[in-house]
Write a protein that binds this ligand. Structure first.
Ligand code: HEM
Length: 431
């Protein structure tokens, strides 16, 4: 097949491709593959806001989202319309602010447990540690699952899954007529995960004593009048929340450790702030650390774990002066938008201090959207923010992390933005 230059650029470096497109294109632009298939790229906060918030009901998740979520079945990430409304109504209580306090206790306990295994001056694969930690946290908080054997199944599945889903996303980006499908490795991964989740559902039913975690809420909802929730759907929801909640938060943390290593002045200031607590940080404490909040926002700006999202219009419509046929594939890239010099001064620099209340007020809605925006905003935003802040504060109180491979570390745009080649770091207990 003869590749159009666009396809070549996209294949070689999707992140650079979208930044280039955003710096050289109008607010809405179309790029074409050699096959003739078109993709519409949104390059202005007003249009992003229109699609995600103001006219959200006219747009559905797209082929891109289906490729990301390929292995998760038909979970909440992909559902639409009345069915999505039912699912979000059933699931939202598990993410309510009041419940976060209980989750904070689990997050802290598991973080301390991880730190108790760290030896002074050893080299740790921080990417693996962060993935293992966020997996334990989400599995325990949402599904009350703690068993070691399952952790191993899930950990292996996620590591392989990263690769498989990455290939699927690349498939979508590179091959315009490509349809989501799993290769043999992918099928194995999904089968192992499905079996594991089904086993837990059966076990929980047998036990009979439902708790107040998300799985219990969904099991209970099955008997409510008017609720349509098959066992298969329930399993898909469990897998979706685990997958959506684990690698995203892990990568936010991994890139933060990298950025702090590359910016010792920021690390010193953040360390002073977390030490000023004089104790282990709790649920309320981490919400009162302003510099930690700035570091969080700036890390998600430069390394947004979800680096691209897609939508398609349900019916023919006009957007930004362009007529779109039904099911036109639309993409918005956090990676590119968060580097837009129209809204971020020195966009490539890591400057947590930019996040002042005045700056946030002046930033147009749609210019910064690490958790997306509008009705389909990330359900786990509060959960992830709390988890990130507790983990960063607790680790930094005890350890200094130093990168032991040459910088820069290249971001790899898979399902989420991974660190190509991993993030080995020497961990030193502060004197
Ligand atoms: C830093 C961490 C996270 C980031 C950056 C992130 C980002 C996102 C984004 C951008 C979306 C929208 C995707 C789209 O529109 O196609 C999303 C959806 C979602 N996220 Fe997150 N997420 C994070 C953590 C979590 C956690 C911890 C959970 C759960 C424990 C979670 C659960 C979900 C769910 C259920 C959805 C689907 C919502 C819906 O479609 O109604 N996320 N997330």
């Amino acid at each position: 097949m003869i590749l159009d230059p666009t396809e070549l650029e996209l294949r070689q470096d999707p992140l650079a491709f979208f930044v280039h497109l955003s710096r050289t294109s109008p607010d809405i632009t179309t790029f074409r593959f050699a096959s003739g298939k078109e993709i519409v790229f949104l390059n202005h906060p007003d249009l992003i806001r229109e699609v995600l918030i103001e006219r959200a009901e006219q747009f559905h998740k797209s082929d891109l989202t289906r490729s990301f979520a390929g292995g998760m079945g038909n979970g909440i990430l992909l559902s639409e319309g009345e069915f999505w409304k039912q699912q979000i109504r059933l699931m939202r209580p598990a993410f309510h602010y009041k419940r976060l306090q209980g989750y904070a206790e689990v997050m802290s306990r598991f973080t301390l447990e991880m730190l108790s295994h760290w030896q002074n001056s050893e080299i740790r694969h921080i990417d693996e540690d962060m993935n293992a930690l966020t997996l334990r946290v989400v599995a325990k908080c949402m599904f009350d699952v703690e068993a070691g054997e399952d952790r191993e199944i899930m950990h292996r599945a996620i590591m392989l899954g990263q690769k498989v889903v990455g290939q699927m996303v690349y498939g979508w980006l590179n091959l315009p007529d490509w349809h989501p499908g799993l290769n043999r490795d992918g099928i194995r991964v999904v089968r192992a995960l499905n079996d594991m989740v089904s086993r837990h559902i059966a076990y929980r039913r047998e036990r009979g004593d439902l708790g107040d975690d998300l799985l219990s809420m969904l099991l209970e909802a099955q008997s409510q009048p008017g609720v349509q929730l098959s066992d298969r759907q329930l399993r898909d929801e469990v897998l979706t929340v685990i997958t959506a909640g684990l690698e995203t938060t892990a990568n936010a943390l991994i890139w933060t450790w990298y950025l702090l290593d590359q910016h010792p002045d920021v690390k010193a200031r953040l360390k002073a702030e977390v030490d000023s607590l004089g104790k282990l940080p709790g649920f309320e404490d981490v919400q009162r650390l302003p510099y930690l909040d700035q570091v969080f926002k700036e890390s998600l700006r430069l390394y947004p774990p979800v680096w691209i999202i897609g939508r398609e219009n349900v019916e023919e419509l006009e957007l930004g002066g362009m007529r779109l046929a039904p099911r036109t594939q639309i993409v918005m890239s956090q990676w590119a938008a968060h580097r837009d010099p129209r809204f971020f001064e020195h966009p490539d620099e890591f400057r947590p201090e930019r996040w002042t209340p005045e700056f946030e007020r002046s930033l147009p809605r749609g210019a910064y959207f690490p958790f997306s925006l509008g009705p389909r905003v990330c359900t786990g935003q509060g959960f992830a923010t709390l988890e990130y802040k507790l983990i960063v504060a607790m680790v930094l109180q005890q350890f200094d992390l130093e990168l032991v491979r040459p910088a820069p570390v290249r971001p790899e745009p898979n399902f989420t933005l991974c660190a190509h080649g991993g993030m080995p770091m020497r961990v030193r207990r502060w004197k």
